[in-house]
Design a protein around this ligand. Sequence first.
Ligand code: SF4
Length: 114
Amino acid sequence: MHDKNFAEVPSADASGKMGRRDLLRRSLIVLAAAPILGACGSSGPDCSSTSGLDPAALANRTTMQYVEHSVRASSHCSNCRFYTAGAANACGSCTLIAGPINPDGYCNLFSAPA
Ligand code: SF4
């Protein structure tokens, strides 16, 4: 019965005000789109694969606390002196840390260009 009443609520009245049903529908659309929009907001490629690294290189990556996305507003691999960019929207490389490097990444060896 409650659902029937709910379904009977018009989406907008003559004055153009939004009804409960329309408001709920729009809210659900926004909630459903949030993860998609969040994923679109993450920057750059996934450079987290370490499958080709030997144990020493992997240990160095871990010891230097490499992360895919820097929490520092102005310090990213893409503006580090040791970074070499890859193709557009692809992982780059680093002269100090082996493996794929996210341009948005960071590690404790970060150094701004001279
Ligand atoms: S040294 Fe660290 S911050 Fe600099 S490019 Fe390499 S991984 Fe990124």
